[in-house]
Design a protein around this ligand. Structure first.
Ligand code: ASP
Length: 303
């Protein structure tokens, strides 16, 4: 039996937090989820099941701009995106080089887009499905649909109703990154996208490498103006800085956010390393976040 790895978890509820607003409800929720994640990982659950379960809870809550809290696009309806990635084999006794990922984009009726991303990862030879084909696939897989999207989607906490439709882009995705006892990393990200987006617009969140990444060394999940994260390299850039530059996790996350800022964008990133370090970086007013590192000490904060 290989030696047990430290466990670690990082969560975000979006980097669109604005100074002066009260996010205590979301912080409490994130703290509870971090506790739930700690229990799952301590009980030996794998990283990918853990990040999926936690993102489902965030999608269901209506507290964030993902799942229930998705904003309408310019045409007046919500389009949702999600992706998930995992490293490592299911067999704890092998350290086989293995990666897998799944994603879904621009779906209109799915209750839990992250479950759809997971189904794409587990049950197809593909990494990404979009549009009608994606929803047909989800129907065949018995995934839960929203029957009346106009009724189901709500204005999330900390957002003014008029902000949901304004042209100035605002945002608040959710994400989770975990390290399990077998040393496997997984990351998951889900979003309703940015406010005022064009119909059919897809950001970084469902793009594996941009919004979400998990290899053998680093897992990461991004939040912010997705166009800039795509242009800066996103979540995979954090892992590349560690792999090729020998950067620490803090240097790598700060490096990505610096590049996003240089391009004119804003947002944040969370990351977990194979050693159990957790790192958070953002250049917006705040990022709703929670987690724990190898000391198992839980924290939750926004600013
Ligand atoms: N990155 C997401 C997107 O561009 C939005 C967000 O993180 O809030 O769709």
């Amino acid at each position: 039996m290989p030696q047990s790895s430290p466990i670690a978890l990082a969560l975000h509820g979006g980097a669109g937090a604005r100074a002066g607003r009260d996010y205590s409800k979301a912080e409490d929720h994130l703290r509870q989820l971090a506790e739930q994640g700690r229990e799952m990982l301590s009980a030996g659950r794998n990283a990918v099941d853990t990040v999926e379960a936690l993102v489902v809870e965030m999608e269901a809550s209506g507290l964030y701009i993902a799942g229930k809290g998705a904003p309408p696009n310019k045409a007046g309806y919500a389009e949702l995106d999600a992706s998930i990635m995992a490293s490592g084999s299911d067999d704890r006794n092998t350290t086989a080089f293995a990666r897998n990922a799944g994603s879904i984009a621009a779906v209109k009726h799915l209750k839990y887009p992250i479950r759809a991303a997971r189904a794409v990862m587990d049950d197809t030879p593909h990494v990404m499905l979009v549009g009608r084909g994606a929803e047909n696939f989800c129907t065949q897989h018995g995934l839960e649909f929203v029957t009346d999207p106009a009724q189901y989607y709500v204005v999330p906490v900390g957002v003014l109703p008029e902000e949901m439709t304004q042209a100035e882009l605002g945002h608040g995705t959710v994400g989770a990154v975990a390290l399990d006892q077998a040393g496997r990393l997984a990351a998951a990200t889900s979003t309703g996208g940015v406010f005022g987006k064009l119909e059919g617009r897809v950001g970084d969140t469902p793009l594996v490498g941009s919004g979400t990444w998990a290899d053998e060394q680093v897992g990461a999940s991004c939040t912010g103006l997705g166009e800039y994260f795509i242009l800066a390299g996103g979540a995979q850039d954090v892992a590349s800085r560690v792999r090729y530059q020998g950067a620490t996790l803090n240097q790598a996350t700060a490096g990505l956010i610096k590049d996003v800022g240089r391009l004119g964008g804003d947002g944040g990133v969370i990351a977990v390393s194979r050693e159990g370090e957790v790192a958070f970086a953002w250049n917006s007013d705040g990022m709703k976040r929670a987690g724990f590192g190898p000391d198992q000490e839980l924290f939750a904060a926004t600013f």
